[in-house]
Ligand binder design. Structure first.
Ligand code: GMT
Length: 375
């Protein structure tokens, strides 16, 4: 099939998912066209099966905001027509589902019918999408997509609660492509650049936005390091990074924390890590936690949103109420203080992550593509 994929080409989970999905589909022989503002960060090669079409937005002094949706929908019309695409699959409703709907209408006038698959990822529904500024347009785009998928049961429930939806929503979980999951464990030099052999490694990866509650990571670690020899690796960047660094300095534990910024080496870092912390205010799925599990990390998360669908209480790790620092610290110490217990959690986390292997998820997307093509 010839599939156009629209996503945010940045480090966010939705962009990573969309890119890895496109690459896996291309490997299976589908012709994949990425239509995005920049080449997606994870898209490391282009081939006859994998093409990239850049959406340009011209700057013009009259515009306070650049009309990206307009440029995107025009580009979608051009690419669908030129390459005779079968389907457009848009990731993250804002503004992609809306732009795809406009493209579909423009193409209909030319006698071309293109089905739209929209995948909802989280904040396009919860934090941003349901805001009164966007709600009407998001609701309209969801109801007018040919197929809608959500990345967790919880996100489906939230969508139905927050919007007036008469379209069906299928749940297709996020996935891990284990083909990219190497084992760097043997390379001790890398571990030694992060921590001493006797120290446990705790990791957090995010975009450092307020919803991630990065200061809770520091607070939990502060209590843990009083009991266990450990290092904290903070990967990513965003508005709350400076605040988190200041907080660590204030607590006098800055020397035990490495702030690495954005990294292309997340999988490698996670490979040396023992435990991952994700204390988010809300999380539709928590792809970062799943990636940590795939690298054999025990996980400590909040019990919000779709996280209980990824983290199993007492098996892959523990879940606590948002902001319950004492409990998260107590559970982290409980896991880390006993080597055989830690290994049990790590093994269970890895085993559960296999359920989300791309091998199981890819056929579900292929099935909906087939269905929507026939409609
Ligand atoms: O707005 C964000 O937090 C970014 C967004 C993204 O594009 O990565 O994250 C959402 O989508 C991810 C991929 O499906 C999920 O794993 C994240 O849980 C979700 N973020 C939130 O719900 C806060």
């Amino acid at each position: 099939m010839k599939i156009g994929i629209v996503c945010y080409p940045t480090y966010g989970g939705s962009g990573v998912m969309a890119t890895e999905l496109g690459m896996a589909l291309a490997k299976k022989g589908h012709e994949i066209h990425f239509i995005t503002s920049h080449q997606p960060v994870k898209l490391d090669f282009l081939s006859a099966n994998l093409l990239f079409h850049e959406v340009f937005v011209e700057e013009y002094p009259l515009f306070h905001y650049q009309p990206y949706e307009l440029a995107l929908s025009s580009k979608l019309v051009e690419v669908v027509e030129k390459y005779q695409l079968d389907i457009l699959h848009v990731h993250y409703a804002i503004p992609h589902a809306y732009a795809a709907y406009m493209a579909k209408q423009m193409l209909l006038q030319k006698g071309i019918e293109i089905p739209i698959v929209t995948t909802l990822h989280g904040t396009d529904i919860t934090l941003v999408g349901s805001h009164p500024f966007y709600k009407t347009a998001v609701e309209f785009s969801i109801n007018n997509s040919d197929i809608v998928t959500a990345v967790s049961e919880n996100l489906r429930t939230d969508t139905l609660r927050l919007f007036d939806i008469y379209n069906k929503i299928d749940v297709i979980y996020n996935f891990i492509d284990f083909n990219y999951q190497k084992n760097w464990d043997d390379d001790d030099c890398i571990r030694l650049t992060l921590a001493k052999p006797e120290e446990k490694i705790i990791t957090h990866v995010s975009n450092f936005r307020p919803v991630k509650r990065v200061n809770d990571v520091i607070s939990v670690f502060n209590k843990v390091q009083e009991n266990i020899k450990a290092k904290l690796i903070m990967v990513g960047d965003g508005p709350d990074r400076e605040k988190a660094e200041q907080y660590a300095r204030k607590l006098g534990i800055k020397d035990k924390i490495l702030f690495l910024g954005k990294s292309d080496e997340v999988r490698k870092i996670l490979c040396f890590s023992d435990l991952f912390i994700l204390p988010s205010e809300t999380e539709s799925f928590g792809l970062a936690a799943l990636e940590a599990m795939a690298a054999r990390n025990a996980i400590i998360t909040t019990n919000t949103g779709g996280l209980p669908e990824v983290n199993l209480q007492g098996r892959t790790g523990f879940l606590s109420d948002v902001g319950n620092i004492d409990e998260m610290a107590k559970n982290t110490i409980h896991i880390l203080e006993d080597e055989s217990r830690l290994n049990k959690f790590k093994d269970a986390a890895f085993k559960y992550a296999l359920k989300f292997s791309i091998k199981n998820i890819l056929p579900k997307y292929e099935a909906i593509y087939k269905l929507v093509k026939k409609k």
